[in-house]
Design a protein. Sequence first.
Length: 263
Amino acid sequence: MNAQTSLGKISQNARAADERLVREDLGALYHVFFDLGWCEHIYNHITARVPGPEKHFLINSFGLAYNEVTASNLIKIDLDGNKVVDVPGRVNAPGFTIHSSVHAARDDAHFIAHTHTTAGVAVACTDEGLSHHSFYGAMLYDQIAYHDFEGISTDLGERERLVRSLGNKNYMILRHHGLLTCGRTAAEALFRMTILQRACEVQLAAATFGKGWRPLPEEILRRTTRQMQSEVAKGFDEKTAFGQDSFEAYRRALDAKGSRYRD
């Protein structure tokens, strides 16, 4: 074995180890979303880009409930929807359309989460979209992208329009449809979805009063958003990665009850 061959094997082993970590993180996300009720039976998707230049990504096997998804039964596909490795299972077309578009266009969007929660869809159906005049909404001022509904996302031509709607933002409300968040890590995507989902839940609850919002000044909205990004999401510790404390707490809960997301 020459030095070049040896280095090649080391590189392959390192990539395989990195992919395994991504698979476990993504598997954990599916189980967390299941426990939180952020899934619609076998529908909806969370995806993760696999390390490497090919932009391959992992997606759930269509037909599995979120609590049945594991690190090993995730399907690795390319940006054309082809399986990279021939494994059992199939890929849901709308999930591929939405997630492949973002993975192709955004190198920083390693993890992408999409939901159809009642609160999320309800807010997505309103003309005004998300209100920022709540504790959670104020954390997302000027952070939300919007994409108009075009029907069930099976038309690959929608990908270009969806990416254009998203731009460089990490939160998107798909009108009449649901919510989407992006992150460089599983922790980022989860934390962002948590804040967005809570903002929608509060907005839906407030609507039952039939009264207008008590408005917050723009200065306070901008300050609160900065605080969320630089302080709250990092557990008020500059050395902590965005959302990591929260994600690790969820994983400990999964491990404590014997969740098989790592399988």
